[in-house]
Design a protein around this ligand. Structure first.
Ligand code: IDP
Ligand code: MG
Length: 158
């Protein structure tokens, strides 16, 4: 089974609050490999397409304003079950509902300013990765580097 990829971005509040290093460090320590990264101000068009599923919600316009209010750090993380594991590491949508030990549960209290986005399905991950990155912006790592993250001695990555 190949390793999954998921799209994560640290939202403007994470950068203003100087939490980027702390959050990236959690993903590194868990064993994820960063295969793409860019610091960018997400444009209004990007924010509207990214959050299109929420177009009809009352929080949509403030969400677009929040997302475009400053630089975001966009990343593609690669690892076993990356989509689900990263979502688990985020916590729940609202900071105050998120369990301690999760990123939102350790650093967020707000329902909106919740620091980080993570793709919620494999299909969404593919769309979101393609929205933010050209294929040549993603790097390939030497597989030797992860041989103590997983058991790769057999036919499956365990
Ligand atoms: P998620 O980020 O956990 O996937 P979604 O339901 O997809 O959560 O919502 C997208 C973003 O919209 C959230 O991360 C949060 O910033 C914001 N948001 C969601 N629900 C609310 C709300 O009820 N009030 C204010 N902002 C919200
Ligand atoms: Mg979502």
């Amino acid at each position: 089974m190949p390793l999954e990829r998921t799209l994560v971005f640290l939202k403007p509040d994470a950068l203003v609050r100087r939490l980027a290093g702390e959050i990236i460090s959690r993903f590194e320590k868990r064993g994820f490999v960063i295969v793409g990264m860019k610091l960018t101000c997400i444009t209004e068009d990007f924010a509207r397409s990214h959050y299109a599923a929420h177009e009809d919600k009352d929080f949509f316009e403030p969400l677009v304003r929040y997302t475009t209010s400053g630089p975001s750090l966009v990343m593609v993380l690669e690892g076993k079950d990356a989509v689900r594991v990263v979502r688990d590491m985020l916590g729940r949508t609202f900071g105050g509902d998120s369990p301690p030990g999760s990123i939102r549960g350790d650093y967020a209290l707000s329902n909106r300013y919740n620091l980080i986005h993570g793709s919620d399905s494999l299909e969404a991950a593919v769309v979101e990765i393609n929205r933010f990155f050209n294929p040549e912006e993603l790097v390939a790592h030497n597989r030797e580097n992860i041989k103590w993250i997983y058991d790769m001695t057999g036919t499956e990555i365990v």
